[in-house]
Design a protein around this ligand. Sequence first.
Ligand SMILES: C[S@@+](CC[C@H](N)C(=O)[O-])C[C@H]1O[C@@H](n2cnc3c(N)ncnc32)[C@H](O)[C@@H]1O
Length: 253
Amino acid sequence: MTASRDWDAASYDRVSDPQLGWAREQLERLSLRGDEVVLDAGCGSGRVTALLIDLVPQGRVYAVDVAPSMVDHAAAALGDRVTALCQDLVELSLPEPVDAVFSNATFHWIHDHDALFAALHRTLKPGGQLVAQCGGRGNIDAFRTLADDIAGEEPFAPYFTDWKRPWNYATDVETAGRLKAAGFSDVRCWLEPKSVTPADPRAFIQTVCLVRHLDPLPEELRDPFVDRVLKRSGEPFVLDYVRLNMTARMGGG
Ligand SMILES: C[S@@+](CC[C@H](N)C(=O)[O-])C[C@H]1O[C@@H](n2cnc3c(N)ncnc32)[C@H](O)[C@@H]1O
């Protein structure tokens, strides 16, 4: 069975205020004149891409995502202000090199960070910048342990026998090493705790945190799985996010 990589883009667009907030903070770290070519790596439904577009009024933005529904949503929302492409970032191929790569809440969904960073490095112009944030080591640990426990319980367990955890929560130190190995310079990586209390916990975890847990389950067991996770999460419902920040430059500029 090929693992699904799609998302519910309309629902993600509604629930992703926390991601949008993190992205706003990160955009402050991009240094842009306004005429650059930039890439939003893992653009999702396009809410963050819209902020990026505003920063380069004389430039161009590529929005890339592996999930077809996300690319369609971003393209419909952003129109000709963006070139939206459905690609796996590990095999990224753009029509031209870019001045900056921006990415929010995406890299932890990719297992092979060496291949990812090599692909981003190939995409950048000499001296180009990388500003990214994703989940880092320790991210939603308590929630993940609970979801794993419930995946091992009846009636869900038989559906998880071949299931692979979707995330790669790297440390700041190993990420800095990988970025340098890929050829980046001026590398800075750090972890940052960020607790989130979603406005609608059910919609948020169904759409984001449990998106790949729900794949192997038949339709009639999806709500009961989410119900059990919510019931055992306790109140108030808080997700202990830990973000991994990274900034770097393509050497040679
Ligand atoms: C949590 S969403 C973040 C979307 C957006 N950057 C934001 O901040 O709202 C994660 C996104 O990463 C995308 N993604 C996961 N693996 C990917 C890959 N290998 N290549 C491209 N996109 C990927 C997913 O399809 C999803 O749209």
